[in-house]
Design a protein around this ligand. Structure first.
Ligand SMILES: C[S@@+](CC[C@H](N)C(=O)[O-])C[C@H]1O[C@@H](n2cnc3c(N)ncnc32)[C@H](O)[C@@H]1O
Ligand code: SF4
Length: 390
C-alpha cells in the first residue's frame, strides 16, 4: 500500500505588539484588545477549508504558525485549525506543530492552553541577550523578560528554539562570542541565528542608506559568520541551514521539508505556498493586507492573490536555491524525482568545477552542496551556477 505524500501547513498571523525597526515581514502593530479573535478564527478556518478542498490528498506532517506574532492568537483558534485538518486529511503520528512566540505575549496560562491546543514546538524571538542591543533593535522586552519567557516555555515544551540577530551596528566579534556562549549555556538543542539584514523598506534600512548608522563591512560579516559556525559546531549544534543550528534530532521538520522541496499550504495574509493540485505544484500567494485578505475570504472563500502552476524550469531553479541553503545540499536523486531534470542538465558542469575549485561548493555522485563560505555568499553562488546554465 503506497503511503500518502507529506504536506506542511503554514498559517500566517500578521499582528504584533509593536513593529520592530528592522523587520519587513508582513506584520503590523496592534493593541491585542483590538484583535477580533473570533473573526480571525473564522477567516483562517474558511481559507484553510477552501484550500483543503482544492488540493490533492496528502498526510499532514507539520503545521507552522508564523508571523507576525502568532503567540497573540487565541489558543482556541489553533485547536480549531488542527481539528479541521484532522477532519480532512490523515495526520502524521509525528506531527510537528510550531508556534513562533514573543516575550511579552505569553504567560503560564496561555502556554498551557497552547500546549493543550496541540502546539509541541515553540520558537521564541529573543533577538539578543544584551539589554543595550535589545534597545537598539527596538524590542519591547529586556533580557530578563525574555529569559523568564524561555523558562516558562521550557517547563511545558520539549522542543524549543530561540532566534538571535547578530552583526548588529557597532557589535564587536568578541561581544557576539560572549553572547553566543551565554546562549549555548542555556543548553537548548535548536538555535536560529540570523545575520542582521538591512531591508530598504524599514527604518533601520533607511538609516543605513542615509549613512546614519554604519553596517558591518563584508569582511566583518564573513568573520561573524565563520565564528558562529565554529562556536556552534564545537557545541554540537551544527548548522543544518544557513541560519539554523541544532543537534540532529532537533531540526525543524517543517522548514527542513520546505528546503528539501516539500509541498505546503500557505494560509493567512501574505502567506506563500506550494500547493499540490491535480498532480502539479502550484505557487500560491495570498493578499498581504490583513483587512483586504479577510474581505476577500468573506466574499470568495479564499484570499489568493496568485495561484499558478510552476513551470518545470522554475521548479528546478527553486529546488536549487532551496537545497543549497542546507548543509546536506541537494540530493541528486530527489532533485530528479521532484523536477524531472538531471541536476547536471540544469547547472553547467564548468561553473560547478570553478565554484568547487574556489571552495564554494562540493559535490559527489549523491549530492551537490555549498561549503560554509558558499552559504555565506549564497545569492552570488546560485546566480553564477544558474546564469551559466546550459
Ligand atoms: C517573523 S519573525 C517572528 C518572530 C517574532 N515575531 C519575534 O520577533 O520575536 C522571525 C525572525 O526573523 C528574524 N528577523 C526579522 N527581521 C530580520 C532582519 N532584518 N535581519 C535578521 N533577522 C531578522 C528575527 O530573528 C525574528 O525572530
Ligand atoms: S520581528 Fe517579530 S515582533 Fe518584530 S515586527 Fe517582525 S514579526 Fe513583529
Amino acid at each position: 500500500m503506497s503511503r500518502d505524500p507529506q504536506l506542511g501547513v503554514y498559517i500566517h498571523w500578521p499582528w504584533c505588539l509593536s513593529k520592530c525597526p528592522y523587520c519587513d515581514f508582513n506584520s503590523q502593530a496592534i493593541d491585542p484588545k483590538d484583535i477580533d479573535q473570533e473573526g480571525w478564527r473564522k477567516s483562517l478556518l474558511a481559507e484553510l477549508a477552501h484550500c483543503l478542498g482544492a488540493t490533492d490528498r496528502a498526510r499532514i506532517g507539520s503545521v507552522f504558525f508564523g508571523g507576525g506574532t502568532p503567540s497573540l492568537i487565541d489558543p482556541a483558534s489553533i485547536a480549531a485549525i488542527l481539528e479541521l485538518l484532522s477532519k480532512h486529511r490523515p495526520i502524521s503520528k509525528q506531527l510537528e506543530v510550531t508556534l513562533e512566540a514573543n516575550p511579552g505575549t505569553i504567560d503560564a496560562k496561555r502556554l498551557d492552553h497552547f500546549r493543550q491546543a496541540g502546539v509541541n514546538r515553540v520558537s521564541l524571538g529573543m533577538q539578543a541577550l544584551d539589554d543595550q542591543a535589545l534597545k537598539q533593535l527596538g524590542r519591547s522586552h529586556d533580557t530578563k523578560a525574555a529569559l523568564k519567557a524561555l523558562d516558562l516555555i521550557r517547563k511545558r515544551f520539549e522542543r524549543v528554539s530561540i532566534d538571535l540577530i547578530y552583526g548588529r551596528p557597532g557589535q564587536s566579534l568578541n561581544s557576539w562570542q560572549d553572547e553566543l556562549t551565554k546562549a549555548l549555556g542555556l543548553g537548548l538543542d535548536h538555535y536560529s541565528l540570523y545575520q542582521l539584514t538591512y531591508e530598504s523598506s524599514t527604518p533601520l534600512g533607511r538609516a543605513a542608506l542615509e549613512g546614519r548608522i554604519k553596517p558591518l563591512d563584508g569582511d566583518s560579516e564573513a568573520d561573524f559568520f565563520a565564528m558562529t559556525q565554529d562556536q556552534m559546531g564545537a557545541a554540537i549544534r551544527c548548522a543544518y541551514e544557513i541560519s539554523n543550528y541544532a543537534s540532529k534530532s532537533a531540526y525543524c521538520r517543517h522548514n527542513l521539508d520546505i528546503w528539501r522541496g516539500g509541498t505546503y499550504l500557505g494560509v493567512g495574509p501574505g502567506a506563500h505556498g506550494r500547493e499540490p493540485r491535480d498532480g502539479q505544484i502550484h505557487a500560491t500567494e495570498r493578499l498581504a493586507d490583513p483587512l483586504a485578505w479577510a474581505k476577500q475570504v468573506a466574499a470568495k472563500g479564499h484570499g489568493y492573490k496568485t495561484c499558478e502552476p510552476l513551470l518545470p524550469g522554475e521548479r528546478a531553479q527553486e529546488l536549487i536555491l532551496l537545497g543549497l541553503r542546507l548543509t546536506e545540499g541537494i540530493d541528486r536523486a530527489r532533485f530528479a524525482r521532484q523536477s524531472g531534470f538531471d541536476l547536471a542538465e540544469v547547472i553547467n558542469p564548468l561553473a560547478v568545477q570553478r565554484m568547487a575549485a574556489d571552495g564554494y561548493i562540493q559535490q559527489d555522485c549523491t549530492s551537490l552542496r555549498t561549503t560554509p563560505q558558499g552559504r555565506q555568499l549564497l545569492d552570488s553562488v546560485v546566480r553564477i551556477l544558474l546564469s551559466e546554465s546550459l
